[in-house]
Design a protein around this ligand. Structure first.
Ligand SMILES: Cc1cc2nc3c(=O)[nH]c(=O)nc-3n(C[C@H](O)[C@H](O)[C@H](O)COP(=O)(O)OP(=O)(O)OC[C@H]3O[C@@H](n4cnc5c(N)ncnc54)[C@H](O)[C@@H]3O)c2cc1C
Length: 458
């Protein structure tokens, strides 16, 4: 077997001469399938493949499960349910995705126990934020909240004691709430393992350093991936589900913008956690959100809302690229915004020390639709990326759509929305806020952050 460097992506791909005993000759259900990334989408895909009878599935991840950098490794995420759309619904694609996750959280024993049907409140105070949230089709039983007193009444007394200045919003009382994200992710991985999927995690055995391509087929197809320990993993199909890091492996033609958000926790006493139990999720498009403390550690997670941070690095070609990095701290400016949210809502908690903080990366497409498609130049490479800051809620079902695409069965309307679409990104405005508000009302740059928190994890 001869291996030489690809001219296209010199450091991250390698050409391999494939011989006649290619894994491509094995029947589909037994053929080796490799998933890169055991985060939210990789785990969901592994589970759906195993449930459909695929017997030779391996998932590689740079971290042991659950990955410390997966955007899904978090105490909670917001979820909202939707009924299945009519065939002629103009929002057919989005509603089909949401109807599928709804079924998953309502009926699938792997995910159902992790969903908390406490309702959610979507709010804002800036003209742009209010206009944006007003446009959403929420379905279900929704109550308008027109002034701070309406918000206070939605919570048990003594919780929302802050001024909530100018806040207005919508309270969806049921069919909405939050999911214990880490537990749902671990549940998906555990079930996939039980059904025979192999997970390989860790900086050496699991971290993919390059994709492997054939040198003697036309088009030049993918044949596997190489991990940091030098092991080559060959497969008939490779599914790239590496979240914000997917962009390092291929030229995505500007379709992905790795973007990060910021979160912190405060630890509450068991008595406080009890008093704050079953609160509706409170999301404000201009300032941030929080969700009730989790039952195990009594940690209250708070996020400041903003259009995101990028980490801009200018390449030799003069083009800038946002390059993700892991950090379990946040910019001090973000910590201040989080305290500002607490002062506006629950000032009794505003000066508590943070017990945990991290930045958390996702990959934004231009239109924030997902990207689930075969690569046009590498027919056995399926891309499952571009979760665009809204991909966790889909954990019960996104893998089913990804496997539909793998098998060529995806509904044509969905396939069109999530296709490989570089034409959208030709003159991409990297600084587009993409309908996000809050913070400095612009995409921020980690390179310009002067001071980071120094939180000791407890
Ligand atoms: C602060 C924050 C709050 C959010 N809130 C919500 C919410 O409320 N509701 C919602 O629906 N969504 C939310 N999201 C978005 C959601 O978390 C993401 O869209 C989703 O988790 C992305 O899934 P993924 O599988 O694409 O990426 P990830 O879950 O990040 O998985 C990528 C995986 O790839 C692995 N990987 C990376 N590099 C390599 C490599 N070289 N080799 C092997 N493996 C590698 C990583 O370790 C990781 O496990 C939020 C995101 C953030 C950042």
């Amino acid at each position: 077997m001869r291996a030489d460097q690809s001219s296209e992506h010199p450091s991250l791909s390698i050409l391999i001469r494939i011989n006649s005993a290619s894994p491509r000759d094995v029947p589909m259900l037994q053929a080796p399938i490799l998933i890169i990334g055991a985060g939210t989408w990789g785990a969901s895909t592994a589970l759906h493949l195993a449930r459909r009878g695929y017997t030779n599935v391996t998932v590689l991840d740079a971290y042991h499960q659950p990955s410390a950098i997966s955007a899904g490794n978090d105490v909670n995420k917001i979820v909202s349910f939707t009924d299945p759309p009519a065939e002629d619904d103009p929002n057919f694609v989005n509603k089909t995705f949401f109807a599928a996750l709804t079924r998953g959280f309502q009926h699938d024993p792997v995910f159902k126990p992790h969903f908390h049907n406490v309702g959610n409140i979507t709010s804002a105070f800036s003209p742009g934020g209010l206009k944006h949230i007003g446009r959403r089709d929420r379905g279900g039983d929704v109550v308008e909240l027109n002034d701070p007193e309406d918000f206070r009444k939605a919570f048990p007394s003594g919780i929302l004691t802050g001024p909530l200045p100018g806040w207005k919003g919508y309270w969806k009382k049921t069919g909405a709430g939050w999911v214990h994200a880490r537990n749902a992710l671990v549940s998906a991985i555990t079930e996939a393992q039980r059904l025979g999927v192999t997970f390989i995690g860790g900086d050496s055995e699991g971290r993919v350093v390059r994709l492997l391509f054939s040198s003697n087929t036309e088009p030049r197809d993918i044949v596997g991936a190489e991990t940091a320990d030098g092991q080559k993993h060959f497969a008939s199909k490779v599914i790239l589900a590496a979240g914000a890091n997917a962009d390092q492996f291929l030229d995505f033609k500007k379709q992905l913008r790795p973007t990060a958000w910021t979160l912190a926790h405060i630890r509450m006493s068991p008595e406080e956690a009890k008093a704050y139990r079953n609160l509706p999720v409170l999301f404000n498009a201009d300032q941030g959100f929080f969700i009730e403390p989790d039952e195990e550690k009594h940690e209250l997670k708070i996020c400041d809302e903003h259009p995101g941070y990028c980490n801009w690095i200018v390449g030799p070609d003069g083009e800038r690229r946002s390059v993700p990095f892991a950090r379990h701290q946040i910019p001090v400016e973000s910590a201040k915004r989080i305290r500002g949210l607490l002062r506006a809502t629950m000032p009794q908690l505003a000066d508590r020390p943070f017990s945990f903080a991290r930045i958390c990366w996702c990959a934004d497409t231009v239109d924030r639709n997902f990207l689930i498609d075969y690569h046009p130049d590498h027919p056995s490479l399926l891309l499952a990326v571009g979760a665009s800051g809204r991909g966790f809620a889909h954990i019960p079902s996104i893998g089913g759509f990804i496997v539909d695409r793998l098998e060529g069965k995806m509904d044509s309307r969905i396939a069109a929305a999530v296709r490989w679409r570089p034409e959208q990104a030709v003159n991409r405005d990297w600084d587009d806020t993409q309908n996000r508000f809050g913070g400095e009302y612009r995409v921020m740059d980690f390179q310009k952050v002067k001071e980071w928190t120094n939180i000791q994890e407890s």
